[in-house]
Structures are given as C-alpha cells and as structure tokens.
Design a protein around this ligand. Structure first.
Ligand SMILES: C[S@@+](CC[C@H](N)C(=O)[O-])C[C@H]1O[C@@H](n2cnc3c(N)ncnc32)[C@H](O)[C@@H]1O
Length: 443
C-alpha cells in the first residue's frame, strides 16, 4: 500500500446544532476522495463501517423531485460514463486504499451495486483488500419481478448485490447475525398450528430435525433447553415462537445471503414519510439491518456516496457517529433537510478554496431573474441543470422551477427568472453539474 496520503485542507462551513445528543455528524460536500483522504490522513483507523452505494453505471442522469411534485424534477447526478468501464474503474479504484486506511482493523466495507458492475467490484476488492477478506455477496430484492423486467428478454434484473468485505481476515461482526421473521399458520383458536407448549419456558415451539448439528452442538443446545425428545427417542431442535403483534405467531430465522424478506422490502413499500424523492434512495430498513449487524454500539459509519442521506439518517437514529460525502448540490439539500427533520447536530464541510453558498448568501439570491455565468466556468463537463428555489420554514431550499441544460444554449450566459410565486420570499438560483468541480472556486 502507498505511503500515508496528504490530508486535503477541509473546512467546516455551516453547523446545525440540532437537539439530538451525541457527536455531531460530518457532511462533506464535494468529491468523496477529499473526505476519504482527509480521514485516512487525519483520523486513520477510525471508521467501523464504510457503506458505499456508488453510481451503478446505468448510463443516465438521475434526478430529484419533491414527493408529489414531478414537475419540479431537477437533475441530481450524472451516471453516464463516456469512457465506459475503464472510466468507471479509474474513478472508483483510487478510493479503495483510502477506505482501507480509514477503517479500524476489525471494520467492514459494504459495496452496494448490481449486475452492471458487481464483477468489477469483486475484482477490485479482491485485489485491494484481499480475497481472504471477502465475506458475502448478499442479493437484495430491489423491486418485484413485474412489468418491463418480467417481460424482458432475460430473467428480471431485480436484485442488487451487496458485497461485504472485512478490513482484516479475522474480523468478526460486532452485532447479532440478521434474522427474518417467519410466520406460522394459526388454528381457529389463534394457537400456532403444529406447535407444542414448553412448560419450563412458558412458550410455544415448533421442531425441526437435528440436520448436521454435531453431538457437541446438540449438547450445548440441550443445556439451553432447545432439544426435544419424542417418546420414541427421536431428537428434534426446538424453535420458540413469538407473537407477531397482530394476533399471529412466527419465529426468527437466521438469514442467508438472499434478502427478499418483509424486513427489507423495496422502497416503494416504505412509509410515505420516508420517501424523499431522490431517485436512487435506498430503504432505511435495509441500512438499519446492515448497521446493526456491522457497527458496534456508539461506533462510526461512513458513506462516501451519501445521496439522499439514508445511511446518515439511520446512523443518527441508531445513536451512531457518522460521516458522509456527496458531490451533488441536490443531494446536499435533500440530506440537510432530512437530517434537520431528525433534529440531528452536524456540520457541512468542503475543501478550502471553494465558495460555500452559506444561508446568508446562496448563489445569486434575488427577487428577479438571476444570471449564471458561462457554463465553461463550472468544470469540464458543464452544468447539468439549474433551479430556482426559496427557503422554507426549515431554512432548507425548496425547489420551485428547474431547467435542464438543454433548455439553455451551452456556452452562453443563462438566465432563469424567479417566478411570481416566489414574490415576497427569499428566492435564489442554484445549479447542479457534473464533472470534477462542483462549486465556484473562491476568488
Ligand atoms: C446511488 S446514489 C446514493 C444513494 C443513497 N444510498 C441513498 O439512499 O439516497 C450515488 C450518489 O453518489 C454521488 N456521487 C457520485 N460520484 C461521487 C463522487 N466522486 N464524490 C461524491 N459523491 C459522488 C452522486 O451524487 C449520488 O448522490
């Protein structure tokens, strides 16, 4: 592994005091390699889990629209890779040595991807972390096999892959292994069908054959009161049932690597209050399962591709420390709003030399149309789109009008008038773009 990386000069820009107890989170706006290099140099071996949900190389621009307001759709980030796989690998591979430096020796890395890049990630991770650190390739059902997927020329591509690697081969998961709840049928009296009553424990149980349990394991289970012997001497393993809270019964079952159970349903089944409108948002239940399994109590989680802030929101709720990064201005706004609703305390950081559009002076605040400079000022790939918005009661930007790049002539100064609806409010213009640079360099 190369020598210690130089820490980029990162600056705290804006703090939200919040009400929740605990160490304030750190939200980095900009290229994730800055956050990773900073942590790797300034606080090496400090992160218990890095969860990465990078662009999947889908070949499209993903957007954000506030729930129920599709007309306010705004581009959030670009997942097109003009240089193909080579460009994708060139962007992702340099992150991994920094991730390795940031992780504690017993820490874990999860890379969330799908059929487009899972093979690339396996090779990169085997190469950079070591094959002996591979733990699992979990298949998570992202969507039901319906519609276009079901009718396509191959089997539905509805599963995502979560590659789990340990930082060191001997690391063990700090939390209990994840389980799913399996319902059992009940009879007319509401008793679990086929179950027997355990007097000692005062609980219903069902049995299963001993399978490949060794005699030693059987002895241990017997000492825990989990072995059932029939009158004919047959041995079975007891599985105790629990009420499901809805008049039914079921039992917890250890998970294998296929995650398609009720506990981690696709985002479309999440409560409405959870859905923020960021196209590639992941369900909180999925992140909660991962974090509870892989992070010790009070431990630290890092998400270098924060998106709508799902990992950070869940870490906050679970009382964990967190750091996140995203280069998209839209992601930043969505995440800030989400964390503020949770009353989280956190600070937004950027690299030095970047103008931070703080609440006091977001880019081009005003009452009338504001003019953007030549898109060439904004990085090699230019502007993807821009939007007009105003501050809502939370102090977060509410988007009211958006325009895609195609709506203005590239290479010309662009103007998007602030609509009459914004009259009397503090409205402003901001933009989102693709490419390496993301904010206006300080003059
Ligand atoms: C698949 S989304 C993450 C979604 C997220 N897990 C959620 O639940 O909302 C990928 C994110 O990575 C961000 N991104 C892509 N390249 C980046 C980079 N080099 N540095 C920082 N963020 C990046 C994009 O802006 C996008 O928000």
């Amino acid at each position: 592994m190369a020598g210690p990386p130089l820490a980029p000069d990162m600056r705290p820009r804006e703090s939200w005091p919040g009400l929740a107890a605990g160490t304030p989170g750190k939200l980095f706006h900009g290229a994730n390699r800055d956050m990773l290099a900073w942590v790797a140099a300034a606080q090496p071996a400090s992160i218990d889990l890095v969860y990465m949900d990078p662009p999947f190389a889908v070949g499209q621009v993903f957007s954000y629209a506030p729930p129920g307001s599709a007309e306010r759709r705004v581009p959030a980030y670009d997942d097109r890779w003009r240089g193909g796989r080579a460009a994708y690998v060139a962007e992702m591979a340099p992150l991994l040595p920094l991730v390795a430096r940031a992780l504690v020796p017993g820490g874990f890395l999860v890379v969330h991807c799908d059929w487009r890049t899972d093979a690339l990630w396996r090779l990169l991770l085997d190469e950079l972390l070591g094959e002996s650190c591979f733990r699992n390739a979990i298949m998570w059902r992202r969507a039901p096999n319906l519609g276009r997927q079901a009718a396509s020329r191959q089997l539905g591509r509805v599963l995502d892959t979560l590659l789990v690697y340990a930082r060191t081969p001997d690391a063990s998961f700090p939390g209990s292994p994840p389980t799913r709840f399996v319902q059992v049928p009940v009879d007319r009296e509401g008793r679990p069908r086929g179950a027997q009553w355990d007097e000692m424990r005062g609980a219903w149980f069902v049995t299963a054959p001993r399978g490949d349990y060794t005699d030693a394991s059987l002895e241990r289970l017997a000492s825990e009161g989990r072995v059932h012997r029939t009158r004919t001497g047959k041995v079975g393993i007891k599985y105790f049932l629990e009420p499901d809270g809805d008049g039914g019964w079921g039992r917890k079952q250890r998970l294998d690597t296929l995650w398609d159970d009720e506990g981690v349903r696709p985002l479309r089944h999440a409560p409405r209050s959870e859905v923020v409108g960021y196209e590639t948002q992941k369900p909180e239940a999925l992140l909660a399962r991962i974090l509870q399994w892989m992070v010790p109590p009070g431990g630290t989680v890092m998400d270098p591709f924060a998106g709508s802030g799902t990992t950070l929101a869940v870490a906050q709720r679970l009382g964990l420390r967190w750091l996140g990064a995203d280069s998209s201005m839209v992601s930043l706004h969505v995440t800030i709003r989400r964390l503020r609703r949770q009353q989280a305390a956190f600070t937004v950081w950027t690299r030095a030399g970047i103008t931070w559009p703080s609440g006091a002076g977001r880019l081009a605040w005003g009452d009338a149309g504001a003019t953007l400079r030549d898109p060439d000022d904004f990085g090699p790939s230019g502007i993807a789109g821009w939007a007009v918005g105003w501050l809502d009661g939370d102090g977060c930007l509410e988007l009211v009008e958006v325009a895609e790049r195609s709506a203005v002539a590239a290479g010309l100064a662009a103007c998007l008038p602030i609509p009459a609806r914004a009259a009397g409010r503090r409205a402003g213009l901001f933009w989102t773009w693709v490419g390496d640079r993301f904010l206006v360099p300080e003059s």
